[in-house]
Design a protein. Structure first.
Length: 233
């Protein structure tokens, strides 16, 4: 979705485009579920745990081989390694694809709201990439306390920081993390409903200019003037 001219960046048009997107998305999902009921085991819906969603009863099924234990091939693929790989790949792809589809309207809403004041391209991209990382992390950790502590240690070692210009930027980042976590634990349906309310709540507040403050308005004008003519600052 692109916005070539500023006159198209109105709350009504953005709300209409996002509504059409959600209607198409839900229609496609319902059609797929009706025509292919077994696809639910690959999709992050209904609170399906990642291991159980792939027909894996416990983490030991990923490790045990030989006599006395079932391997991943036996558990998932019924002894066929090709089927096992296919099931696992479809399972992971289903989670990650659902994450992107849920986050696209959130990213579009952020771009629309901040179109006039300006936004960073890297921040918009992070709204799509961050939930993918969160989903993958949840799929990896599951109920493993050791992996959770290992992840915390890695994050502490990296110590990345993101400078946010506005408080709402942090809210959008938090929404991205929520969608990623929901997809990882199998509650992407709830994340989709949340994204609907999140997008339209922000669009309504943008339309009515909720919380308008003359001081903030003057600050925004100075910021735009500085961006357009840096030498005047």
């Amino acid at each position: 979705m692109t916005y070539p001219h500023s006159d198209t960046m109105t709350p009504g048009r953005v709300a209409l485009r996002i509504s059409v997107y959600y209607l198409i998305l839900f229609a496609v999902v319902i059609s797929v579920l009706v025509s292919w009921p077994d696809v639910t085991q690959y999709l992050p819906i209904g609170g399906r745990d990642a291991l159980h969603g792939a027909a894996i009863e416990s983490i030991s099924d990923l490790k045990e081989t030989g006599s006395g234990g079932s391997s991943l091939v036996d558990t998932v693929g019924g002894g066929d390694p090709v089927v096992a790989v296919q099931v696992v790949l479809l399972f992971v792809v289903g989670h990650l694809t659902g994450t992107i589809l849920a986050m696209l309207p959130v990213a579009w809403t952020y771009k629309a709201i901040n179109y006039e004041s300006g936004f960073r391209k890297t921040f918009v991209r992070s709204l799509l990439v961050l939930p993918l990382c969160a989903t993958t992390i949840v799929l990896l950790i599951q109920d493993s306390l050791a992996l959770a502590f290992g992840l915390a240690a890695l994050v502490a070692a990296v110590r990345f920081r993101v400078a946010l210009d506005e408080a709402m930027d942090g809210i959008f980042i938090f929404a991205a993390i929520c969608v990623g976590l929901a997809a990882g634990i199998g509650y992407l349906g709830i994340a989709l409903v949340m994204s609907v309310f999140f997008c339209f709540t922000n669009i309504v507040m943008w339309a009515i200019d909720y919380g308008r403050n003359p001081v903030d308005e003057a600050r925004r004008v100075r910021k735009l003037a500085k961006q357009r003519d840096p030498d005047s600052a």
